[in-house]
Design a protein around this ligand. Structure first.
Ligand code: PMP
Length: 406
């Protein structure tokens, strides 16, 4: 399919509304994306026609529901180019996926003196679970620093690599600055020390092609709601040999094989990691959203969004008092900025009154903001349905806000 922006916009009912009498300009896609009709309809159709708990019943609906759930798993595997559907675990989202791995490593691998590497760009979701893992095991957290453009300093990363490192967990794309990290090269370097790598793809799967076999990461986490699917669903990819050796995270129904009053054996992967009634409707809607993205084509999406980001960067750079935070050579979707003498929160409030939704504050990256010596930024983050006209509206609104403050 070619990139037909009018058709794409028409797919998203929420975009057709006005706020405060102005057409909605939704530029908070890094926080969550809007949902196309096809995903919304899939959820209500499923509840109207198919709903029954999965993996449990012998009856018609339960079987149909299970088949749809498992074929959604197959689709997620195909979307990420995993070598098997067994390597896909449905979770609540990226935070849940990362916690699963951090907990499994805490239980079975990490010990005093070990090290974990993360980067200075991480979302709290890929930092706090590792801090807790360190508190519980006595392992130590090592942070890859950034340069003034918001890129990871590769020589510093190489200096951190050693046999002591038991896991390296890194964002593919920074949610605050938009930096695309050179993860393929970094994963290869980590592998020279046999270090497994967890890729936080929360801000990449919706913008650029992600192929787990090509990247060769051991684990990958993402959230459905940032890729046009509902909240409360996401996935964790893991290489078979790793998922097989890690212990379960949560326990209860569905994740077991045999249970006695004394002890239990566990199900094979992926069910070993899916305790309880999972969000199977969410998983089915996630597959529908991924199909929608795949139909448009990630190459088309990456090209379109990158042109939009370049245009926005150029327009915003024309505003004298505005400073873009994060000027990495390779960026996706997010454009963070501050304006002299105007607090990011005030800017966000003014933009809102003009119908423009942006994010303000620390974007769940407090250590990064501290490092940059700022209390936060305004972040415009783009998705497939945004347009250059919307960028113009943002630029004009910022100029107006500046006048109001001068
Ligand atoms: N990592 C990154 C890079 C993110 O941007 C986010 C969400 N802002 C998360 C992790 C956490 O995602 P969720 O809240 O959907 O679990």
């Amino acid at each position: 399919m070619s990139f037909d922006i009018d058709k794409i916009r028409a797919d998203f009912p929420i975009l057709q509304q006005t706020v405060y009498g102005k057409p909605l300009v939704y530029l908070d896609n890094g926080a969550t994306t809007q949902k196309p009709n096809i995903v919304i309809d899939r959820i209500s159709d499923f509840y109207r026609t198919t709903n029954a708990n999965v993996h449990r019943g012998v009856h018609f609906l339960s079987d149909k529901s299970t088949q749809e759930y498992e074929s959604s798993r197959d689709f997620v595997a195909q979307f990420l180019n995993a070598s098997s559907s067994k390597e896909i675990i449905f979770t609540k989202g990226a935070t849940d996926s990362i916690n699963l791995i951090a907990d499994a490593f805490t239980q079975s691998i990490l010990k005093k003196g070990d090290q974990i590497i993360v980067s200075a760009l991480e979302h709290h979701a890929n930092l706090v679970p590792w801090q807790i893992a360190c508190q519980k095991t006595g392992a130590e957290l090592k942070i890859i620093p950034i340069n003034e453009k918001g890129e990871l300093i590769q020589s510093e990363f190489e200096n951190l690599l050693s046999d002591k490192v038991k896991i390296f967990s890194i964002a593919h794309v920074s949610n605050s600055l938009g930096t695309i990290n050179p993860v393929k090269e970094m994963i290869a370097k980590a592998h020279q020390f046999n270090i497994p790598v967890l890729l936080d793809a929360s801000q990449s799967v919706q913008h650029i092609e992600v192929d787990v076999q090509d990247l060769d990461c051991e684990f990958l986490a993402f959230s459905g709601h940032k890729i046009y699917a509902p909240t409360g669903i996401g996935a964790l990819y893991g290489k078979t040999e790793w998922l097989e050796k890690l212990p379960p995270y949560q326990s209860g129904g569905d994740m077991i094989d045999q249970v006695s009053y004394i002890s239990s054996t566990y199900a094979e992967i992926p069910l070993k990691f899916e305790a309880g009634t999972n969000n199977y409707v969410g998983a089915i809607a996630l597959a529908e959203a991924l199909k929608y993205v795949q139909n448009i084509g990630l190459k088309n999406i990456a090209n379109y969004e990158s042109e939009l980001l370049n245009y926005a960067t150029q327009k915003l750079n024309e505003i004298e008092a505005l400073k873009i935070i994060g000027t990495a050579d390779k960026k996706a979707s997010a454009l963070s900025f501050i304006i002299d003498k105007i607090h990011n929160y005030d800017l966000g409030m003014i933009l809102d009154k003009m119908g423009i939704a942006v994010r303000t504050g620390h974007h769940c990256t407090q250590p990064l903001m501290n490092k940059l010596g700022i209390n936060g930024t305004v972040r415009a983050s783009f998705a497939i349905y945004n347009t250059k006209e919307e960028v113009d509206k943002l630029t004009n609104a910022l100029l107006k806000a500046q006048q109001m403050f001068s």
